[in-house]
Design a protein around this ligand. Sequence first.
Ligand SMILES: [Mg+2]
Length: 175
Amino acid sequence: MLKGYKIMKKAFVFDFDDTLATTDCCVVVRRPSGSGTRGLPVRKLTPAEFNTDVLADGEVYDFSEFRSDKFIHNANPTFLIHLAKEVHDSGFAVYVLTARADNVSKAIAEWLCGFGVKPVKVHAVGSDDSKVNIAKEKQKVLQTVKELFDVVYFYDDDQHNIDLARETGVKVYLV
Ligand SMILES: [Mg+2]
């Protein structure tokens, strides 16, 4: 290596749903029937719709489809899988940063490995039970990743996630 020349440490962080992959998973909105049983479905939301959804009084989210490994194993890659593969093969770090809950991290990592990409980590910031502030949680993770690398690139299909990510100084790309 030339004296004084420093290799840039780069990380590529990808959202999962509608960024790296598309699935048929939906979030079901239910209204409890009052008898303690599982409530009636009111509407179904795609991941993009969920990002901006607001619950009406008494409604709850049902994420059960997102907990199913089957949906992930059958996920369809988007064009960004080629970028992930290219940067991975160039020796750069690949992360996944998803609104899903942590129980599917392993399935997502396995799905990526099927395309020859081994992620450093799959950060799943969502929760099964409550709607956490996804954009804020993603921002926190990006802040941490940014401390480890010279340059961090972040890809996400949600404008709000991108806006908050930009505040951390990472390079952002709205998919
Ligand atoms: Mg997404």
